[in-house]
Design a protein around this ligand. Structure first.
Ligand SMILES: [Mg+2]
Length: 135
């Protein structure tokens, strides 16, 4: 089973991603700040990290930079509330691999999962119905 870590402090987005991952059959762990994400990834291996940019205690940029500094190269997809290019550049500069603007459509989340997980042993099922997903 593919493992995903979601670092996100917004309960609505947590619930939404949780529902998507359950439907897709992924093993999801949720933490609500960047510090907890770093601590988790120092001990556990996951296939993909979904990282909110703005979180209390430690934001997604700093958390990702810390992961990279520690040699943890797990792909990180930023969840950003702003679609502006400056944010995308900031994401890449911090060591994030990709980004998904909130609110995102299910089709957009699926595309991200396919992009980063398609080569993994368990292929991603893409039959989940599409609709607007906000949060
Ligand atoms: Mg947030």
């Amino acid at each position: 089973m593919l493992r995903i870590l979601l670092a996100e402090d917004n309960p609505t987005t947590q619930s939404l991603v949780s529902a998507i991952m359950e439907q897709m059959g992924f093993d999801l762990t949720i933490v609500d700040n960047g510090q907890a994400a770093v601590e988790f990834l120092e001990k556990e291996v996951v296939d993909l990290v979904l990282m909110d940019c703005q979180m209390p205690q430690m934001d997604g940029f700093k958390a990702t930079a810390q992961l990279r500094a520690k040699g943890i190269e797990t792909p990180v997809v930023a969840l950003t509330a702003n679609a502006c290019e400056e944010d995308e550049e900031q994401c890449l500069a911090a060591g994030m691999n990709d980004f998904l603007s909130k609110p995102f459509r299910l089709s957009e989340m699926r595309a991200i999962l396919q992009k980063w997980l398609a080569g993994k042993p368990q292929s991603v099922p893409f039959h989940v119905g599409d609709s607007d997903a906000r949060g």
